[in-house]
Design a protein around this ligand. Structure first.
Ligand SMILES: [Zn+2]
Ligand SMILES: [Zn+2]
Length: 276
């Protein structure tokens, strides 16, 4: 039964959004659906995601706000341009596998302006009937997790900070090591990075999950080349500035401080050691 798999879905949502999530099954015969919202925000406020069967082969998904959404909309209006950019990138990452519509707005530069904001998506299942649990879990992973992560980024769910990282001084150019660290630890950045690049180390090619299996393949997110950002300041782009690294390579690039080795520098050390 789907109900037993709700914990799995809530865990995937919590990991991807960095927030705790409530999930409820809506059942009418075989036409099962889900209703998903942030645990600390009331279901009537939103944002709430709904998943329903659509035709014989698809799921319809929508995210919208409730009639008491003023508080959360106020919070969203404080989102920084970096938060907005990450939220848009997350939505773009969904548009690769699902049809997305943001009524009245462009898919690339949408904004949550009022409670009428919504995102509609259609995700097609060619091999598994949409009423089966596996299909529902796949739709959650591919569509609802990244969409709710976009909403979580706008709402501003905090990332737990490592105090040792945040007391490092600002460096000329305005980008502090703490900012880099925060980006690397942000669960929404991590989700986006892994959706775009997969879970293979960009430096040594290791896919920790396929090597260690159920014991837990750990892959980390690295913020590339902040040094070059200081020399030629350019806006941060979560789609190109983040790459997956295995823990060993990640530790290695950060042996140089405050700014890490570039991947090219690490590669040349590996070459010198005879591991081209
Ligand atoms: Zn590696
Ligand atoms: Zn790093």
């Amino acid at each position: 039964m789907l109900a037993r798999k709700l914990d799995l879905i809530a865990d995937a949502l919590a990991q991807g959004t960095g927030a705790t999530i409530a999930v409820r099954v809506m059942e009418t015969g075989r036409r099962k659906g889900l209703r998903i919202w942030f645990n600390d925000l009331h279901e009537k406020n939103g944002p709430v995601a709904e998943l329903k069967p659509h035709g014989l082969r698809s799921h319809g998904i929508n995210i919208g706000f409730g009639s008491f959404s003023a508080g959360v909309l106020e919070q969203i209006s404080n989102a920084s341009s970096e938060d907005i950019q990450l939220a848009r990138s997350l939505v773009r990452s969904v548009a690769r596998s699902a049809e997305i519509d943001i009524p009245g707005q462009s898919k690339d530069d949408w904004l949550v302006r009022d409670g009428g904001f919504r995102i509609d998506a259609r995700y097609r299942h060619d091999h598994t009937p949409p009423h089966e649990d596996e299909a529902i879990i796949e739709t959650c992973r591919e569509v609802i997790v990244p969409l709710m992560a976009a909403m979580a980024e706008l709402i501003g769910y905090d990332v737990v900070e490592d105090p040792s990282a945040s007391d490092q001084p600002e460096v000329e150019g305005g980008l502090s090591p703490a900012t880099v660290y925060r980006r690397e630890r942000n669960p929404r950045n991590r989700l986006l990075c892994l959706r775009i690049h997969g879970a293979q180390c960009r430096c040594c090619g290791l896919n920790p999950e396929s090597r260690y299996g159920a014991a837990g393949g750990i892959i980390e997110v690295h913020h590339l080349e902040p040094v070059s950002m200081l020399e030629h300041p350019r806006p941060y782009d979560p789609e190109t500035d983040l790459v997956p690294l295995c823990p060993n390579c990640h530790r290695s690039v950060h042996t140089q401080r405050p700014w890490p080795l570039t991947l090219e520098e690490l590669a040349s050390y590996m070459e010198e050691a005879g591991n081209a």
